[in-house]
Design a protein around this ligand. Sequence first.
Ligand SMILES: [Cu+2]
Length: 341
Amino acid sequence: MLHFATLPLPLLLLCLNFASVVYTHGYVAQVTIDGKTYQGNEPQGTSNPSIIRQISTIDPVMSVNDSNLNCGWNAPKATLVADANPGSKLTFTWSGGPGGYPWPHNVGPFFFYMAPCVNTTCDQYNSINAEWFKIAEVGAKPGGAEWYQQNIMDGYPANVTLPADLAPGQYLVRHEIIALHEATTIDEAQYYPSCTQINVKGNETGYPTSNETCPFPGCYKDTDPGLYDPTVYNTPIQYTFPGPPLATFVLASANSSDPGTNPTGSGNGSSSGGSSGADPGADGNSGNGSSTSAASSGKGTCKVVRPDGEYFVVQRTRHRRSVNQVLRRWLSDTKRVVMRY
Ligand SMILES: [Cu+2]
């Protein structure tokens, strides 16, 4: 049902009188490895040399059986491979899409998987054959009032530390956000996978066991409690991560390598304890939130945000009527509408 009365009237009128709608999801715009920055390519944008496999759309993958669940929508191999080491710190900066919008969701976990690029280098590796192991899973913050994904919406990167015992070789790092804001219905979880190509140096020996790996698609089932979750809005958040368990060599090699720069707490926020070195939202020095508010507060634009984080940016055009129809339909499945301007 509609609750337009909760909108400040002048802003509502602005939104309904201007037009053209941008509906954002997101992609990985940038990765840093031990402080060195690598740019990603915008979906549909120019394909510059990169270590991040370029996806074709910011839209989510919507099925656990979709081959795009592997490395994201239609992602070809990337041309570069970046050096890294056991214990390297990786940060992943998300964008809501071309134009500098922020990541729009804040309900659900995020993950870091790895897979060796078997018998070749990662710039030549077809990831559909990959056997993935999990090095980090990040869910609710301590206390269970909100998810660490909120930090990404706030413009902070998602961080992970590579296992201290990781064996050398070329690997894909599969970083994935799962947005659960509509996962009270089966098959409505949104998957945002991304693959980054790295070459791990050193002479460590850590490796997963075969029962700790699985392919994508294949690691998830649509009935997994962490993917179909009628209680996802209950607090404190109770959550069961989907997919394989954290690889035991990751748990065994976990140490106090967290540099402690995270203002919102350290660790991975998961109930599995220890491990993983995921340090979500650590420093915030590469966030994209500030440019976003500037972009969306320009003359003739406004942004309508639902409590679950989905939002529209509305801009001035001539197609007023169709935009109004879309907006009404979109607002009608939320209980409360919040304007962010
Ligand atoms: Cu989205």
